[in-house]
Design a protein around this ligand. Structure first.
Ligand code: NDP
Length: 285
């Protein structure tokens, strides 16, 4: 019977493997935002609500930020300027300007300019989004189109625009802000629900296509989050119902979403791709 013994070289190989395993399994801080320092992020719709909180959280970790907004008038511009001022307090570089995510040419120009100004792009957060709620039998073509084009087409245009740079660099983190309403619907939001469900499909497809080049693509699905849009646009009885349906008994804050986005952008989440993380206080349970 043949004797089995380790030769000198194979035992060296085993030693090397053990060393590697030992090094790689040493306790390390699970999530240290400071590892993102020096990276460059694009956040769509960064001038208010969740987008603003995400941009602030990234800047707090030393990430240079480019953000766009929809220029709906002087107040929108003032809001964007104020966010840029607050971001610069973290001593990061900031690029911001109007860009309508529904227009692919504008998106391509914005991404090219942001990359030129800041020197690249490591992170994309597709956050810009709107709702135009109405029973579907009353829904106008323009209300359907505005929502689907903003929430879904916009994310596709931005993802396509950064894909070349991220693929060449073999590094990237893309986070799409979908919604619990992309998973479960309610009355009067067929356009919104369809766009957010589509965004989940885009997340999975992009994860499959970009993963081989070390690009993670994930989605966060917020429940009801206290942003101005929500508190001004949704009847208070709906908010009371949402609070009651959340097992944690509260609405979320933009910061609750921003923290999860930050995690997905970090190396702590390097083995996570194509998933949808609800940030909803248990609303979907
Ligand atoms: P806000 O209305 O506060 O912010 C939306 C941002 O998107 C603004 O910066 C807005 O710019 C920008 N935006 C809108 N349309 C366009 C466009 N065509 N081109 C460029 N920018 C645009 O919304 P929230 O922070 O509440 O929502 C952010 C995201 O989170 C959305 O995708 C939303 O669907 C999602 N979400 C929100 C929830 C909530 O409860 N708040 C729950 C679940 C998901 P401007 O201000 O200039 O119009």
């Amino acid at each position: 019977m043949e004797e089995f013994s380790f030769s000198g070289s194979s035992s060296d190989a085993v030693e090397a493997l053990l060393d590697e395993v030992t090094t790689e399994t040493q306790p390390q801080p699970l999530f240290d935002g400071s590892s993102l320092r020096g990276q460059i992020a694009i956040v769509t719709g960064g001038s208010s609500g969740i987008g603003r909180a995400v941009a602030m959280e990234l800047a707090r970790c030393g990430v240079d930020v480019a953000f766009c907004f929809l220029d709906t008038g002087s107040q929108a511009r003032l809001d964007a300027q104020e966010v840029a001022r607050q971001l610069r307090q973290f001593e990061v570089r900031v690029f911001f300007r109007h860009c309508d995510v529904r227009e692919s040419k504008e998106v391509n120009a914005f991404v090219a300019e942001a990359i030129e100004e800041l020197g690249g792009v490591h992170i994309l957060v597709n956050n810009a989004g709107i709702g135009r709620d109405r029973a579907l039998w009353h829904l106008q073509d323009h209300e359907w189109e505005a929502v689907v084009r903003t929430n879904l087409d916009g994310a596709f245009y931005f993802t396509r625009a950064v894909a070349g740079v991220m693929r060449a660099r073999e590094y990237g983190k893309i986070v799409n802000i979908t919604s619990v309403h992309g998973i479960r619907s309610e009355f009067g939001i067929s356009n919104y629900s369809s766009s957010k469900a589509g965004l989940i499909g885009l997340t999975r497809s992009a994860a499959v296509e970009l993963g081989p080049r070390n690009i993670n693509v994930n989605a966060v699905a917020p429940g009801y989050i206290r942003t101005t849009r929500l508190t001004e646009g949704v009847p208070s009885e709906n908010l009371d119902r949402a609070r009651a349906q959340s097992v944690l008994g509260r609405l979320g804050d933009p910061q609750d979403v921003a923290g999860v986005v930050l995690f997905l952008c970090s190396e702590a989440a390097r083995h996570i791709t194509g998933v949808v993380i609800p940030v909803d206080g248990g609303y979907l349970l």
